[in-house]
Design a protein around this ligand. Structure first.
Ligand SMILES: Nc1ncnc2c1ncn2[C@@H]1O[C@H](COP(=O)(O)OP(=O)(O)OP(=O)(O)O)[C@@H](O)[C@H]1O
Length: 352
């Protein structure tokens, strides 16, 4: 099912205009993540889609039909929450079958369907257990199976991985993708964790201050951020930011005077900071001193400083003694210029 939020404006009693003219569309069968910091409006979006909130103005459209005023019970939605919200006194099978029981589906039929779903989410060997006898990851699998019981038109996932440790989180990311691919159900999930969004979703909508800052594939957001917020929010380690005045004397590439005059901040990805060995087109060449280097798993992080700014590099493999002066090359790829309003006005990758 295609889902559209059209020109939505919404306020809470003490919080005006959480959204002002919000527009976004999730296509049929897509797996879309809303990625944003705390308070950006992620849960509000889920509640709008579920029918738990009504906007002040604008429309919620399911396959072009206006469902804005439709009650949650009349929308065929499956929801999964951060804290699983399983019924503690019911077995795994009965938890999964519960929505079917509420819909008066006959026992044999609902048990068959619950058994199939248990298999889909790989808990078929746990069906007689109570939720308290399961790991967090297994409980979340059961919650997903329960949400799918009534063949929902849309599956909504609210920070589904936040309560899991790193290993389980990784496992369940893959599982959510697999389950969504198998069922083909249009899925919206919200998260503040870019790793979750990057690894699970087909498409990401970055949200902040009640606005969709950018929509795109993972690689678009990272390689072509529309604005400073997206550049800072997407990518680990965080992008280096340098005021233009500090770096201007070292720029080696051709950039129009007009663009340079409008630039306030230069963004430089850590993998764009090289020693002179690179053959890629360069943006700048800067004499810098090494502060220190740390080996983090496969990556080596090198901190460097010049007279008036610092840079972090993940592209320097050589071991360098502290305070050694070296010439650092910044490749155009991974470099962005932002204006006073934080909009990206030059993208080194697009301008090769
Ligand atoms: N019932 C409410 N009454 C008043 N303000 C609210 C209410 N619910 C949410 N808000 C405010 O609306 C904004 C969006 O909240 P929302 O819960 O949608 O954000 P979120 O991105 O899901 O945050 P988090 O990641 O912390 O859950 C926040 O500033 C929040 O304080």
């Amino acid at each position: 099912m295609q889902v559209e939020l059209k020109d939505i404006t919404l306020s809470y009693e003490k919080h005006h205009n959480v959204f002002k003219h919000l527009n976004c569309t999730v296509e049929n069968g897509e797996l879309v993540a809303f990625l944003g910091p705390s308070g950006s409006g992620k849960t509000t979006i889920l509640n709008l889609l579920a029918g738990l909130l009504t906007p002040k103005s604008g429309q919620v459209l399911f396959d072009h039909q206006d469902v804005t005023k439709k009650d949650v019970r009349d929308r065929n939605i499956g929801m999964v929450f951060q804290d699983y919200a399983l019924y503690p006194h019911l077995s795994v099978l009965d938890n999964i079958a519960f929505p079917l029981k509420m819909a008066h589906v006959k026992k044999a039929e609902r048990q068959k369907r619950a058994g199939e779903l248990a298999k889909l989410v790989h808990v078929e060997d746990q069906i007689t257990k109570l939720p308290s006898q399961l790991s967090g990851g297994q409980q979340q699998r059961v919650a997903i199976a329960r949400a799918l019981a009534k063949n929902p038109d849309i599956l909504l996932l609210d920070e589904p991985l936040s309560n899991l440790d790193a290993a389980l989180r990784g496992e369940l990311r893959d599982e959510i993708r697999r389950i969504q691919r198998t069922t083909g159900v249009t899925t919206v999930f919200v998260t503040h964790d870019q790793e979750d969004a990057l690894r699970i979703a087909d498409k990401i909508m970055v949200i902040s201050n009640g606005h969709i800052q950018q929509t795109g594939l993972v690689s678009d957001l990272y390689r072509h951020p529309r604005n400073l917020f997206v550049a800072k929010f997407v990518g680990t380690p965080r992008i280096n930011l340098v005021p233009i005045a500090n770096i201007a004397p070292y720029i080696t590439t051709q950039i129009s005077k007009k663009v340079l005059a409008n630039t306030a901040i230069v963004g430089i990805r850590s993998e764009a900071v090289f020693l002179p060995s690179t053959t890629q087109p360069t943006f700048a060449e800067i004499p810098m001193a090494v502060d220190h280097q740390i080996q983090l798993g496969r990556d080596c992080q090198t901190r460097l400083h010049s007279e008036n700014f610092e840079l972090l590099s993940t592209a320097i493999e050589d071991r360098l003694p502290s305070s050694k002066m070296t010439s650092v090359y910044i490749t155009a790829k991974g470099c962005f210029l932002f204006d006073q309003n934080g909009m990206c006005i030059w993208d080194g990758d697009a301008n090769d």
